[in-house]
Ligand binder design. Structure first.
Ligand code: FES
Length: 238
């Protein structure tokens, strides 16, 4: 692949022909916020958080879907972009519960990190809808779609990587897009292979590993984690 010279925030970057702006920025150590992007998936350009400005072009193209070209000058940090990203993130946060401290993804949640990076002021307004009950996810994972940010990563990984369509986007009762199984079937009847790829792709706590089995007993993984933790603590007090 031939090299292409681009400038990101006035820094010259050698990119590879065929790369997107996001890939070139990552390779150069320049972070552009993103949510729907996942390296194992085709970019969908849906969350708009990776918007950038390009000299001579109108609008705010998505860095994850825009290919590099020789001489491209990209800005990732203008006041206009920062305002736009805050606006996009506020829209996502509008529906998101505010119980981060009790969420198993607290500290590893990509949405939480984005709030810090993009700079949303706390306290932001609480969601305007009731929180639905978490759904069963079989013996291996849990589903709490009230935490879903509709990035589509779980749906795409199920289809594009695993070749299944066990989870899909469908229309909710209030006419919005939500993730669920086709026709609301139980996971066991939806073609789910319980591979966990959707759990790995989820940026928030909507899909997460189940650390107890169907009888409420800790799984082998949970037991191993507890044993490792006990060993660390025991070591500390030696
Ligand atoms: Fe590019 Fe979502 S990460 S549009």
């Amino acid at each position: 692949m031939s090299d292409v010279n681009i400038w990101i925030n006035d820094q010259q970057v050698k990119a590879k022909a065929g790369q997107t702006i996001l890939e070139a920025a990552d390779a150069a150590g320049i972070f552009i916020p993103r949510l729907c992007f996942h390296p194992a998936l085709e970019p969908s350009g849906s969350c708009r958080l990776c918007a950038v400005e390009i000299d001579g072009q109108r609008g705010l193209p998505a860095a994850c879907t825009t290919p590099v070209s020789e001489g491209l000058r990209v800005n990732t940090q203008s006041a206009k972009l920062l305002d736009f990203r805050r606006e996009m993130l506020q829209l996502i946060l509008r529906d998101h519960p505010r119980h981060c401290l009790g969420c198993p993804r607290n500290g590893t949640c990509e949405l939480q990190q984005l709030v810090t990076v993009v700079g949303i002021d706390f306290p932001y307004p609480p969601p305007d809808k009731e929180r639905p009950e978490p759904l069963p996810g079989g013996a291996y994972f849990e589903r709490d779609y009230s935490l879903c940010v509709r990035c589509g990563r779980c749906v795409r990984v199920c289809h594009e990587v695993r070749g299944a369509r066990a989870i899909v986007f469908r229309e909710s009762k209030d006419g919005r897009q939500e993730v669920g199984t086709p026709f609301g079937r139980p996971l066991e009847e939806s073609g789910c292979q319980f591979c966990g790829a959707c759990v790995d792709a989820c940026p928030v706590g909507a899909l997460r590993e189940n650390l107890s089995d169907v009888h409420g007993e800790p799984t082998a993984k949970m037991q191993a984690m507890c044993e490792a933790l006990t060993a660390i603590v025991t070591d500390l007090y030696k």
